[in-house]
Design a binder for this molecule. Structure first.
Ligand code: WTA
Length: 660
């Protein structure tokens, strides 16, 4: 399915498709759930299809606006503007209005640190903290339109920092705490951020991740950074540079308690978030204010059936888009109570998540298939130790879920009581695009479902022919409010990457999918060189660039091979330079090198050294063959190979390394 071939339904690229094809189970939500659900019939689908703009405008009206919009949508493909002329503030919508509307003393954030420490912030607490930190930013010269980088563990100050930026109209750029200093530096330099918000450290599996210490390496290479704010999470050693570095708690002491929210234009940027693409350079995806807030509010309410009485736990790190949309902006705009947890699911024991569900009475739980597969492997014993009866709805996101894991989730965690929403979307889409609605949709394990009301998706062939049923490329055929508005600083790449495969009004998702007779979409994985490792997006080119950056490496090809838990495992095929110094631990050295350049999530699981790499006659590396070797499959078509002996040699080497 790679190398630009359109995906075919008979191609078992990740071995998943054949499995999905035999899956014909259909599960209905329980009568009890159906009765109490927010959406109880399919009328919204019809209403949205009849007049999508009027439908989205209804949602937008659920936000508070300083100035109403003049026009719902201005669509000059591929550029969309939503709620044109309207003014609002995202932070006001997530915080102030709830304080004013009777939710002042309701828990906004229930947080648990990995060592077991806990904090609960009411909407009023959140309001106070956000106002004060917004004033801190202003006092340090951060203005509307400035970019602010955030590199933090999962602690309440992370959403506080984001909301404070939104309050003054600064654009936040959150970098996942698991990324390396170099990856952080790249993102800061691309966004030209003026300030960095970080912490002395965070806890992960009982050890300390020294964020500020790591960030110091980044800041040495980022001249745009004028100020660094540091939250004191523990008592972790670090260096302070006077004048530039400020302790969060110190600067907060003197901050004024109220900061007027900035009236932002609907199309003003709310944030950028970097994600992997097909080149070595990550893309800063741009999201704006009015449309994004409308899209995340609508999907939070309907997909998660969310009300003010719910305790919503989305386990994603805020460093990824799932955390932006469904830890912070969606649920807080809806006035929900969110749960945040700092650490690892197996610390100190493998029932940690279920302990949190029990202790906080979590009602709606949203996680990734990779986590579910790990829970499944650990066994029922752990969830069975805890009372999960508060749960009423479950969700998954980030990668295709295999029906076996789906059923396990349904039976063991949901105890056959909770519907499951399998939500397909991307950093670029900002909001959930394909899913079932929990109160009405029949669920088919492994299939995401239907486009959300107001969203239009289709299966297209390479030539742009629409397939009513069957497999092809997944496309989005109508603008949607939370859609990306660009790639930061690179308008050409935006058009080329997303709006050039067919026509300028059709968005190319880079995913393969199939549509069934009932209109359900089943995702088949990426069709570009982007890997989905444990639900995280990593570009093969990024890892390859990191590898060839090492002095001993001449050439590298990275592919994703099947992995029971992570979905995909990173396997690198490496050719060494003739004068390379060989050492027994070179494999370990190279793995570490990649982790240092990008982050631990990009560390290859295996490295295969080879004298040459299989290439076509035109010199293109044939990744498909490498994947076949990695997966231990019978080799695919090798007729276009320049030198077939290369593959045979590689395969032998792989088998030997596996035996070793
Ligand atoms: C994949 C995460 C199958 C897909 C929100 C997409 C999924 C990429 C699903 C985006 C799902 C996400 N079923 N595949 N329910 N959800 N994906 O940008 O390949 O980190 O293109 O956004 O994850 O990853 P991203």
């Amino acid at each position: 399915m790679k190398e630009g071939d359109p995906p075919k339904s008979d191609e078992t690229d990740e071995g998943r498709l054949s499995e999905l094809l035999v899956e014909d189970r259909v599960i209905e939500p329980s009568e009890e759930f159906k009765k109490g659900a927010i959406v109880t019939d399919d009328q919204p689908y019809q209403r949205a299809a009849a007049d999508p703009e009027a439908y989205w405008a209804e949602w937008a009206k659920q936000l508070d606006w300083y100035k109403p919009w003049d026009k719902v949508l201005e669509w000059n493909p591929p550029d969309a503007k939503w709620f044109v002329g309207g003014q609002l503030n995202a932070c006001y919508n997530c915080v102030d209005r709830h304080v004013k509307n009777g939710l002042r003393n309701k828990a906004a954030i229930i947080w648990e640190g990995e060592p077991g420490d806990r904090r609960t912030l009411t909407y009023w607490d959140l309001y106070r903290e956000v106002n004060r930190f917004a004033n801190v930013l202003k006092a340090h010269g951060i203005e509307r339109g400035d970019r602010v980088a955030i590199y933090m563990p999962m602690i309440p100050e992370l959403p506080i920092a984001m909301l404070a930026c939104a309050r003054i109209g600064a654009i936040h750029c959150v970098v996942f705490g698991g990324f390396s200093a170099q990856a952080l530096a790249e993102r800061i330099n691309d966004s030209q951020a003026k300030a960095l918000i970080t912490a002395d450290g965070g806890y992960r599996r009982g050890t300390i991740i020294p964020l500020k210490h790591d960030a110091d390496y980044a800041i040495a290479e980022t001249p745009s950074i004028e100020h660094v704010f540091i939250v004191e999470r523990g008592d972790f050693p670090l260096r302070i540079k006077e004048g530039r570095d400020h302790w969060w708690h110190r600067v907060m002491q003197d901050a004024e308690s109220y900061c007027e929210p900035a009236a932002m234009d609907s199309e003003d940027m709310l944030y950028t978030l970097y994600t992997s693409g097909t080149t070595g350079q990550p893309k800063g995806i741009v999201h704006t204010t009015g449309g994004y807030m409308t899209g995340v509010l609508a999907t939070t309410k309907w997909v998660f059936d969310l009300r003010e009485t719910d305790v919503f736990w989305c386990t994603a790190d805020i460093g990824w888009v799932t955390g932006h949309s469904y830890v912070v902006y969606g649920p807080l705009a809806a006035g929900a109570t969110i749960v945040m947890y700092e650490g690892s699911p197996d610390w100190p024991e493998r029932d940690r998540f279920w302990q949190i569900v029990e202790d906080f009475g979590v009602t709606v739980f949203y996680t990734a298939p990779t986590a579910i597969r790990a829970f499944m492997k650990w066994g029922k014993e752990y969830p069975n130790r805890r009372d999960l009866s508060s749960l009423r709805l479950l969700g998954t996101v980030g990668e295709p879920i295999n029906p076996e894991a789906w059923m396990w989730y349904y039976e063991t965690i949901g105890q056959q009581r909770c519907p499951i929403v399998d939500t397909w979307w991307q950093t670029e889409t900002g909001m959930i695009m394909i899913t079932t609605l929990p109160g009405i949709g029949k669920m088919r394990p492994g299939s995401a479902g239907l486009p959300f009301p107001g969203v239009e998706t289709a299966i297209l062939t390479d030539d742009g022919e629409v397939l009513e049923t069957g497999a092809g490329y997944l496309a989005i055929t109508r603008p949607w409010p939370a859609m990306l508005r660009g790639i930061y600083g690179d308008p050409e790449r935006y058009v080329e990457q997303y709006w050039s495969k067919w026509d300028k009004a059709t968005y190319f998702t880079s995913d393969g999918a199939k549509r069934d007779a009932d209109g359900y979409f089943t995702l088949l994985g990426r069709v570009d060189d982007v890997l989905n490792v444990a639900g995280h997006r990593i570009g093969t080119m990024e890892i390859e660039s990191a590898l060839v950056d090492h002095q001993s490496v001449a050439e590298a090809a990275v592919v994703g091979c099947s992995d029971e838990i992570k979905g995909t495992a990173i396997v690198a095929f490496v050719t060494l330079k003739l004068d390379a110094k060989l050492s027994v631990d070179l494999e370990a050295v190279l793995k570490e090198h990649v982790a240092r350049k990008i982050g631990a999530i990009a560390r290859p699981q295996r490295i295969i050294f080879s004298g040459d790499l299989p290439k076509t006659r035109s010199g293109k590396i044939m990744r498909r063959l490498l994947r076949d070797i990695g997966d231990g499959r019978i080799l695919g078509d090798t007729t276009t190979l320049a030198d077939t002996s290369v593959v045979e040699a590689l395969q032998r080497q792989y088998e030997e390394s596996e035996e070793a």
